[in-house]
Write a protein that binds this ligand. Structure first.
Ligand code: URA
Length: 207
């Protein structure tokens, strides 16, 4: 069920969009787990020229209700800086607005969002992008790319290159947590350098 726009008000600012999201949003049922009751809104300058889309908040993001404040966020911050971009110059948000997890003892294990979860939040993500009005959108990982383009496609041939998307540009790259999951240190260094290159390409695509 794609989230539908037809009977919604036009939002004029992010604060009212997030307030409506917090109030109206009933996340899709999860067969073996849960969505957090907390919502994680996007964060950054309200008219940032570059907007980054992640997958969904993680455990730490859910607790702080801020995007990219956990381990993946630390990698992202460092790589942005190496690419000559400051986190504070970008608008950071997620395709899915709540942490989806399975409880395991005291821990909450991240669950990958389904196509239905992505569709559920797609309209809200589109509104967020419209309100910020970035010239360039960077998708971090396959889920974000899926959310933005409406189809699942492989990142390989697309990453690092800005393409026309709606009336903006879209540059797909990997998700920073992909780097954290690579067990081999030298592979990790190679992939991290590629990620920094992609972010540099994003900075350059801004002109
Ligand atoms: N991973 C994401 O995709 N988003 C976050 O906010 C944190 C981790």
């Amino acid at each position: 069920t794609d989230s539908d726009s037809s009977d919604r008000p036009i939002f004029t600012d992010l604060a009212s969009l997030y307030a409506a999201l917090a109030e109206e949003d009933v996340p899709p049922p999860v067969p073996s787990g849960a969505f957090s009751e907390r919502l994680v809104p996007g964060e950054g300058p309200p008219q940032a020229p570059i907007l980054l889309v992640g997958e969904q908040p993680g455990d730490q993001e859910d607790i702080e209700q801020r995007p990219f404040v956990g381990p993946a966020g630390r990698v992202l911050d460092a790589c942005l800086e190496e690419a000559g971009l400051q986190r504070g110059q970008t608008f950071l948000t997620n395709a899915v607005k709540r942490f989806k997890f399975v409880p395991r003892g005291k821990r909450r294990l991240h669950q990958t969002p389904t196509a239905g979860d992505i569709a559920h939040y797609r309209w809200w993500l589109g509104e967020e992008i419209r309100l910020v009005g970035p010239r360039l959108v960077v998708s971090l990982g396959a889920t974000a790319l899926h959310a933005l383009t409406g189809k699942r496609q492989s990142l390989g041939p697309l990453r690092g290159q800005a393409m026309a998307w709606q009336d903006r540009r879209l540059l797909p790259t990997v998700h920073p947590s992909f780097l954290l999951r690579l067990p081999d240190a030298s592979a990790r260094a190679v992939e991290r350098a590629r990620f920094v290159e992609d972010l540099r390409a994003a900075r350059e695509a801004l002109g």
